[in-house]
Design a protein around this ligand. Structure first.
Ligand SMILES: NC(=O)N[C@@H](CC(=O)O)C(=O)O
Ligand SMILES: [Zn+2]
Ligand SMILES: [Zn+2]
Length: 448
């Protein structure tokens, strides 16, 4: 269903990954990659290879898929580009990312989405799938050129006005009907604008104390409930972006226990799995994000929902911002945080270490589920002979301190600044080619 397919093979030669543990289970095995696929898997493989990667003890997982990335190109190349975002993605273990449509110009037509996809292919570090806008110019008034984007060489399947909520229920209905006809999905940024005028922080005790206008959880929950009902009515596919409240997770749990038409999926960000609005005490705009960081109870509810499958996947909402847009007073700062290079480690800290998820679960929420939601057939596949070689190798014992200035790209707005996080992405293999190894990317045509 993906229209124009990229070639499976990326002539990375024969690459032998020595001593890896698929899904973190069993004894170490060797994994041979050839012609973009897994060619052999077994203990102490006796084969010739162009390149041997010694990965003693690394956990092998299917390459990660991010349904929610802001690459800022075109328009804000001072914050991020397709190239710098691809570097961050490869270093974070990603082999596919979905680039959100809130660029300038907006990705609401075939020309912009084809540009983004082409740039992604030229950079060649990760599959860049452009997301198309739902409404023209993200204006919320009339549908964008959904069909033209779907039929374009970018073969768009995910549509979102992210950054804005598609508020008008009739437009949501039409978008679900239209995209449903060709297997597309509408990804909603659920935020009732009438309940969040000037909102700056989770509505609660902390916001009140700090004098910040509140963003109440029902502004998310009510839109999610409405959109689920529209998905059920139309038979379309709805994806809920960045679930931030335990109430939304409760609703989704109930909704999904029912026998309804349509398909509903949901994502949670790493930051909503780890951080709370207590951090706002510092007035540091690095903690400003949409939807806002909420309470301990929300974090607990989101973790449980991710563990149980009520929330399908983790998506980063990687949102790089230029210095002048973040390094300013709270109310003037743009919302959003970096996420691609810290997602795996935050997930390990928030879910794996507390025993809520094992490595198979990590593969599910970072790779298999997002690939399924977006309809990708060459990502999120089992680590088996004959399957596409999209692979992340993780050092489970690695530990590192996050510094924004050491992350890829020019933006430094990580909310995890100074934190010591567990687990490191050791290598990424995309379409059979090593794209990142030991903290360095390897652009096509030569290592750097
Ligand atoms: N998450 C954010 O706070 N910001 C995103 C938009 C969005 O995801 O809503 C951005 O584009 O910067
Ligand atoms: Zn959003
Ligand atoms: Zn976003």
């Amino acid at each position: 269903m993906n229209g124009v397919e990229r070639p499976t093979e990326e002539s990375g030669g024969r690459v032998l990954l020595r001593s890896v543990r698929p899904y973190g289970t069993g004894d170490p095995v060797d994994l041979l990659v050839e012609n973009g696929r897994i060619a052999a898997l077994g203990a102490d493989l006796d084969v010739e290879a162009d390149r041997v990667v010694h990965a003693e003890g690394a956990v092998a997982l299917p390459g990660f898929v991010d349904l929610h990335t802001h690459l800022r190109e075109p328009g804000r190349e001072d914050a991020e580009t397709v190239e710098s975002g691809s570097v961050a993605a490869a270093l974070g273990g990603y082999t596919a990312v979905f680039a959100m449509a809130n660029t300038d110009p907006v990705a609401d037509n075939a020309i912009v989405v084809e540009h983004v996809r082409r740039r992604g292919d030229e950079v060649g570090l990760v599959d860049v799938h452009p997301v198309g806008a739902v409404t023209a110019g993200l204006g919320g008034a009339k549908l964008a050129e959904i069909g033209a984007m779907a039929r374009s060489s970018a073969a768009v399947r995910v549509f979102s006005d992210d950054g804005h909520c598609v508020d008008d229920p009739l437009l949501v209905r039409r978008a679900l009907e239209y995209t449903g006809a060709f297997g597309g999905v509408v990804a909603q940024h659920a935020q009732d604008p009438r309940l969040t005028p000037g909102a700056q922080a989770h509505e609660g005790g902390n916001a009140a104390r700090l004098g910040l206008a509140g963003w109440p959880a029902p502004a998310e929950e009510s839109v999610v409930a409405r959109d689920c009902m529209l998905a059920g009515h139309t038979g379309g596919s709805l994806h809920v972006c960045h679930v931030s409240s335990a109430g939304t997770a409760d609703f989704l749990s109930w909704w999904r226990s029912r026998d309804v038409r349509g398909r509903v999926s949901a994502e949670v960000t790493p930051h909503h799995l780890l951080l709370t609005d207590e951090l706002l005490e510092t007035y540091d705009p690095r903690y400003k994000v949409n939807p806002p960081l909420r309470t301990d109870d929300d974090v607990r509810g989101l973790r449980e929902a991710l563990a149980s499958g009520v929330i399908d996947c983790v998506a980063t909402d990687h949102a790089p911002h230029a210095e002048q847009d973040k390094d300013c007073e709270w109310s003037a700062a743009r919302p959003g945080m970096l996420g691609l290079q810290t997602a795996l480690s935050v997930l390990v800290r928030g879910m794996v270490r507390p025993g809520l998820l094992d490595w198979r679960g990590v593969a599910r929420v970072l790779s298999e589920a997002p690939a399924r939601i977006a309809g990708l057939t060459d990502q999120g596949r089992p680590l088996e002979v004959g399957e596409p070689a999209n692979i992340a190798l993780v050092d489970p014992e690695g530990e590192w301190t996050v510094h924004g200035t050491e992350l890829a790209g020019t933006a430094v707005n990580t909310p995890f600044e100074g934190m010591v996080l567990p687990a490191r992405v050791f290598a990424t293999i995309s379409r059979g080619r090593v794209t990142a190894l030991d903290g360095k990317v390897e652009p096509r045509g030569g290592r750097s």
